[in-house]
Design a protein around this ligand. Structure first.
Ligand code: MEV
Length: 424
C-alpha cells in the first residue's frame, strides 16, 4: 500500500480510515474501533464537528469540567474548563474557595484595542509616500465601509490608520498600522477583511503589498485581575513567612526566564482551559501572552506580588483578545453552554473571568511549590490515571486510593501496591 495519496479530502470518512489503517496502522481492526468509538451517535452533531475542519475522521475529547465558587467583582461564577491535566480544575476550585472567604477577585479591563497591518515595500522618497497616504486616507476608510457597517452600529470599527516607517529594521519596509475596536467579537475575520480591502485601495505602482494580517500581539487589549488580604489571613500557619516565600517565588519568576516560562505555563493552564471551553482561540491568546511577557526586553512573569503595610496583594496583567459572539462561540454547542454558564458575558467580562482563572492557577501552583511541593497534590490527582493505565478494577481503585491517602505516590509505588493487593 502506497503511503501517499491523491484526492484524500474527497474520500468518505470510512474510506479515509480504511486507507489510513492499511497504509499506517499495524492493527487495522483496533485502529478502526478506536476511531469509530469516538463518533457521536447524534448525526447532526457529528456533521457539525466534521465540518469545523478538513479531513475529520473522529473526535478528540477533552474533559469538560467546572470550577465553582469564584467571586469576581462581587458576583458569583462557575467557571467552565476544558483541560486534560489532572490537577488544574481541582486547583481552581480550591483557590476559588480560599479567596471566596477573603473578598474574592477584582478585575478591570484596561483597554480593548486590536491592531493589524498592511505590510508593504516602497523604495521611493518617503515624503512622496507620506503625501500619497494623506491623500488616499479617506478612500482607505471608504473601501471598508460595507465591511464595518454592522460593527459601527455596535459601537466598534476602525479607530485609526497610520503610516509606519520601518526602514531602520528592513530596507524599504513600511506598514499601514490599523487599530480596531471589535466589541464582543474576537474580530479576526473582521480585521483581516478590513485590512485586505485597505491594501487593495492603497495599491499603486511603486508599492509592493507583501501581506495584510491582524496581529495576535494585543498589548492594548489588556485586563488586570487581583486578589488581596491581610497577611495574617494568608495562611493558617506562619502566614508572614508563607506570604514572604510566595513573594520570593514571584520575584524569581520576574528575573529568571527559566522559571518564568514554567510559572507562565501554569497561568496558561487556567487561561487556556477557559478559552477552549468558551470556543475562543487559545493559540492566539498563548502567542500574545508570551510576547507580552517579553515586553521589557526579557521574558518574565505575567503575575506580580506586593507585601505592603500588612497587606498581601497578587495580580496579573495580560492581553486577551476574546469574543463572546461569532466564530465557534456561536457554533459549538458546548462553547455556547459555557457562555450561558458564565451568564452570557460581554467580551470584556470574559476577559476578566479568564484573567482570574489564570491568576487562580498561578496562586495554587506557587502556594503548593512554596509549601508541600507540587508533586503532593499533582500525584494525588494523577493516581486515578495511573490506576486506569494499570488496569485496576473499580474496587481496586477504591482500595488503593484509600491506601495512598497518606503515602507518597509514584508509578512504581502504584504498580507495587496493585500487585500486592492482587496477591492478597
Ligand atoms: C504544571 O502544569 C504547572 C506548574 O509547573 C506551574 C509552576 O511551576 O508554577 C506547576
Amino acid at each position: 500500500m502506497t503511503k501517499t495519496v491523491v484526492g484524500f479530502s474527497k474520500l468518505t470518512k470510512e474510506e479515509k480510515i480504511n486507507w489510513l489503517a492499511e497504509a499506517f496502522l499495524s492493527d487495522n481492526a483496533s485502529a478502526k474501533t478506536i476511531l469509530t468509538n469516538y463518533w457521536n451517535n447524534n448525526k447532526q452533531l457529528q456533521q457539525l464537528h466534521d465540518e469545523f475542519i478538513e479531513n475529520t475522521i473522529s473526535n478528540f475529547y477533552l474533559p469538560y469540567a467546572v470550577a465553582p465558587n469564584f467571586i469576581i467583582n462581587n458576583r458569583p461564577y462557575v467557571i467552565p474548563m476544558a483541560v486534560e491535566e489532572s490537577s488544574v480544575v481541582a486547583a481552581a476550585a480550591l483557590v476559588a474557595k480560599f479567596w471566596q472567604k477573603r473578598g474574592g477577585f477584582t478585575a478591570t479591563v484596561i483597554a480593548t484595542t486590536k491592531t493589524g497591518h498592511v505590510h508593504f515595500m516602497y523604495d521611493g522618497r518617503v515624503e512622496e509616500l507620506q503625501d500619497y497616504f494623506k491623500a488616499i486616507h479617506p478612500k482607505l476608510l471608504e473601501a471598508t465601509e460595507s465591511i464595518t457597517k454592522n460593527m459601527r452600529a455596535r459601537g466598534g470599527g476602525i479607530l485609526g490608520i497610520a503610516l509606519k516607517d520601518k526602514t531602520d529594521k528592513l530596507p524599504n519596509y513600511y506598514q499601514l498600522q490599523v487599530t480596531f475596536e471589535t466589541k464582543d467579537s474576537m474580530g479576526a475575520n473582521f480585521i483581516n477583511s478590513c485590512l485586505e480591502a485597505i491594501a487593495t485601495a492603497f495599491q499603486k505602482d511603486g508599492i509592493e503589498i507583501v501581506m495584510s494580517i491582524l496581529s495576535n500581539y494585543v498589548p492594548e487589549c489588556l485586563v488586570r485581575a487581583e486578589v488581596s488580604c491581610k497577611i495574617e489571613e494568608f495562611s493558617d500557619k506562619n502566614p508572614y513567612q508563607m506570604a514572604e516565600k510566595f513573594y520570593r517565588a514571584v520575584q524569581i519568576a520576574t528575573v529568571e526566564p527559566y522559571r518564568a516560562v514554567t510559572h507562565n505555563k501554569g497561568i496558561m493552564n487556567g487561561i487556556d482551559a477557559v478559552v477552549i471551553a468558551t470556543g475562543n482561540d487559545f493559540r492566539a491568546v498563548e502567542a500574545g501572552a508570551h510576547a507580552y511577557a517579553s515586553r521589557n526586553g526579557h521574558y518574565q512573569s505575567l503575575t506580580d506580588c506586593s507585601i505592603d503595610n500588612g497587606i498581601f496583594k497578587f495580580w496579573i496583567e495580560i492581553p486577551l483578545a476574546l469574543g463572546t459572539v461569532g466564530g465557534l462561540t456561536a457554533l459549538h454547542p458546548l462553547a455556547k453552554l459555557s457562555l450561558e454558564l458564565l451568564q452570557k458575558p460581554s467580551a470584556k467580562e470574559l476577559m476578566q473571568i479568564v484573567a482570574v482563572a489564570g491568576l487562580a492557577q498561578n496562586f495554587a501552583a506557587l502556594k503548593a511549590l512554596t509549601t508541600t511541593g507540587i508533586q503532593h497534590g499533582h500525584m494525588k490527582m494523577h493516581l486515578q490515571n495511573m490506576l486506569n493505565q494499570l488496569g485496576a478494577s473499580p474496587q481496586e481503585k477504591e482500595k488503593l486510593t484509600r491506601h495512598f491517602k497518606d503515602k507518597k505516590i509514584s508509578y512504581n509505588a502504584a504498580t507495587e501496591a496493585l500487585e500486592k493487593l492482587r496477591v492478597k
